[in-house]
Design a protein around this ligand. Sequence first.
Ligand SMILES: *[C@@H]1O[C@H](CO)[C@@H](O)[C@H](O)[C@H]1NC(C)=O
Ligand SMILES: *[C@@H]1O[C@H](CO)[C@@H](O)[C@H](O)[C@H]1NC(C)=O
Ligand SMILES: *[C@@H]1O[C@H](CO)[C@@H](O)[C@H](O)[C@H]1NC(C)=O
Length: 362
Amino acid sequence: MAPLRRTASAAAVLLALTGLLLLVLSPTEAAAGAAAEGGELRMKISDGGYSYNSTLSHILVEYASAVYTSDLTSLLTWTCPRCQGHTMGFEMIEIIVDVERCLQAFVGVAPDPRSVIIAFRGTQEHSASNWIEDLFWKQLDVTYPGMPDAMVHHGFYSAYYNTTLRHEISKSVQWAWKTYGKLPINVVGHSMGGALASFCALDLSVKYGSHEVQLITFGQPRVGNPAFAAYFNDQVPRTTRVTHENDIVPHLPPYFPYLGEWTYHHFAREVWLHETVVGNVVTKNETVCDCSGEDSTCSRSVYGTSVTDHLEYYGVSLHADSRGTCQFVIGSSNSAYSDIVQVDGTIILSRYPQEQHSVESI
Ligand SMILES: *[C@@H]1O[C@H](CO)[C@@H](O)[C@H](O)[C@H]1NC(C)=O
Ligand SMILES: *[C@@H]1O[C@H](CO)[C@@H](O)[C@H](O)[C@H]1NC(C)=O
Ligand SMILES: *[C@@H]1O[C@H](CO)[C@@H](O)[C@H](O)[C@H]1NC(C)=O
């Protein structure tokens, strides 16, 4: 909340928040709530053929990292420092930068797994701490269209549905399918980008069928209530929601088991990355959690106290590549890409012609 932010340092507020979290979300209380939840029905829905593919997660996290690149030329040509490793040979189709809301996404075609990749960046608008602090207070204030009981937060919802992102992504997928054949779609995102990726995967699953779409998010917040989570599990069964150790963001906005539909609730399937120590042997453990969405033996078994754990998944850094938040750079060697246009405060760099809008000269 604004008055808080003005009077206290972000760190102090985080501490206070953490204290509040400890009060409302002690692991034992949370476990009792999960037991009372009775997830039998959801189990059947979300179990439909789910399997965690660790290799795939290790590859896709690199796209979730690369989308933070602010040098758009090196991103377009896939020569950025984060455009190496498992992602070599990626062909960019379109980059979308929502300057006003400080969001960034891209669509392209990957060699392995051969698929259309859609990646969303988390917000860099304020410092990570400020953004996380605000997460605590998000209200469930929008009914998901066509689902009377399903509630989400308008900020998450409209960042995807009420911006140029949705339209551009949809166009780029169509163009990719026309050019490369009907490849499956992998949607990825970290943090706020994970929330956007969720809405995108849901949108595309409803449009094209759930067999075409797979979603992997890293450290995403909760985005909707239990009814929304159940609907989501049904529509996007091939979902992996990766959490890491004590990452604070998956604990937010808080889950209150006794509030029925008036609480946030994660969708399945969580995979919790954490280290297990036996004697003096440290094992990296990738725990596949149950299909309730709120498995009390996974990240909910620990306190969400860490921002550091939020910024790294599978050893890959997931945050802006420069100190300046929300900046971007466009160089002059974009001739491979037909168009750079500006629509409603959004910059679009694409490989295929953009029709109606004026072309910016650079
Ligand atoms: C997991 O993903 C990798 C990378 O796309 C793929 O090569 C492998 O076949 C997948 N494994 C399974 C069991 O699907
Ligand atoms: C969508 O965006 C427009 C213009 O930015 C705004 O006036 C409208 O209230 C927004 N709608 C929602 C549901 O957020
Ligand atoms: C991995 O973690 C789970 C709990 O999340 C635990 O039950 C399991 O024993 C751990 N595996 C190893 C190899 O330590």
